[in-house]
Design a protein around this ligand. Structure first.
Ligand SMILES: [Zn+2]
Length: 372
């Protein structure tokens, strides 16, 4: 029911289509994050208009509120939020990690306290799959053991070994053919551990593979290097998803290293904070320089924000009007969606490297080293 068609490669970048029962996902692609069953501030039609094929829901948050059983009784995540395309749910592993002192990991489970009411919750690999089945997502993720970087070698190795054992338990528990299961490669910044983890997971029947444990405090160059040493050990005929990443620069640098899918709160979170992404780098719309600026954020941008002047958008934020965050979230997701569309076209036309170099220069970065 799931298939990945790799259609073209250009300078290490891959152009493909991930086929799911609820529709095709064009890759490289970006998934807007709908943490609790909503992409914050936007209607589902507005999200679709940004060019997104697949959105993401957070298992941890939906488990706590409204509760996965309630979601199921409301008809599942698709029906509840009105999105009939594919949805990917994470496993809760990253949220458990981000709770820090509130969590404890044993071989059996990750135990944590709810950030809402302090109640104690035990998340086993099997329970994570059970929740994701109740939500009814099209792609489920295995539960992994995420750690902060930098970490001691023994800590990294322990988390990696546990993540592989938990991936097996998730594979055994996931028994619905209409729901794909992606494995998650861990291993910190160590190329040998990444190789071990990727190679071992690649022997198991997963529909896709994620690179996890990045964007947790390491430098961008360390992230890119780790992606490169991981993707070479993953099957070419399965989609590769870099979790929780990132800036527009991160997207292009990692696409050059063989990544197909991304998700990140960056476009929406920054949009709520008056920061707009453009080809000339980010713009802070609260700045006084925009006070009487009649230009849109970007000429030729089809989003809802770019029908208005920068001066009006600045005013909305200064007046704390809810329309400001809504419009900028829509602009930023449209910017990410267009970036992915342009990237796919550049790969198809064998000019990815020149395309990426032009974008990076516009954002103020050195063009990437030739890779692959
Ligand atoms: Zn716009």
């Amino acid at each position: 029911m799931f298939r990945f068609d790799l259609q073209h490669e250009s300078n290490g970048a891959r152009r493909g289509v991930f086929r799911t029962p609820r529709g095709d996902v064009q890759t490289p692609g970006f998934m807007p994050v709908g943490t609790v069953g909503t992409v914050k501030g936007l209607t589902i039609d507005q999200v679709a208009a940004t060019g997104a094929d697949m959105i993401l829901g957070n298992t941890y948050h939906l488990r706590l509120r409204p509760g996965h059983e309630t979601v199921a009784r409301l008809g599942g995540l698709h029906k509840m939020c009105g999105w009939d395309g594919p949805i990917l749910t994470d496993s809760g592993g990253f949220q458990v990690f981000s709770l820090g002192a509130l969590n404890k990991v044993t071989e059996q489970a990750a135990t944590f306290r709810s950030h809402l009411d302090g109640s104690k919750i035990e998340l086993t690999p099997e329970h994570s799959i059970e929740i994701q089945q109740a939500l009814g997502s099209d792609v489920a993720m295995v539960l992994d053991h995420v750690i902060a970087l930098p970490a001691e070698q023994a800590v990294v190795e322990d988390a990696l070994a546990r993540s592989i054992r938990w991936a097996k338990r998730c594979r055994d528990a996931a028994d619905r053919p209409e729901q794909a299961l992606f494995a998650i490669v861990q291993g910190g910044l160590d190329p040998e551990l990444r190789r071990q983890c990727a190679t071992e997971l690649a022997t198991m029947p997963f529909e896709g593979f994620a690179v996890g444990g990045l964007s947790v405090g390491e430098a961008p160059e360390e992230m890119y290097a780790t992606t490169a040493v991981t993707t070479v050990h993953l099957p070419v005929d399965k989609p590769r998803y870099l979790m929780g990443v990132g800036t527009p620069r991160d997207l292009l640098e990692n696409i050059a290293r063989g990544i197909d899918l991304f998700d990140c709160v960056m476009p929406t979170r920054n949009g709520r904070n008056a920061l707009a992404f453009t080809d000339d780098g980010p713009i802070k719309l609260r700045n006084a320089v925009h006070r009487e600026d009649t230009r849109p954020i970007m000429e030729d941008c089809p989003c809802l924000a770019c029908r208005h002047s920068r001066g009006y958008l600045r005013h909305l934020f200064n007046a704390n009007e809810m329309l400001g965050p809504i419009l900028l979230s829509h602009h930023n997701l449209t910017y990410y969606g267009n970036l992915m569309r342009q990237t796919r076209q550049a790969i198809e036309e064998d000019r990815f490297h020149a395309f990426a170099a032009g974008k990076l220069r516009g954002w103020g970065y050195e063009p990437m080293d030739a890779v692959a």
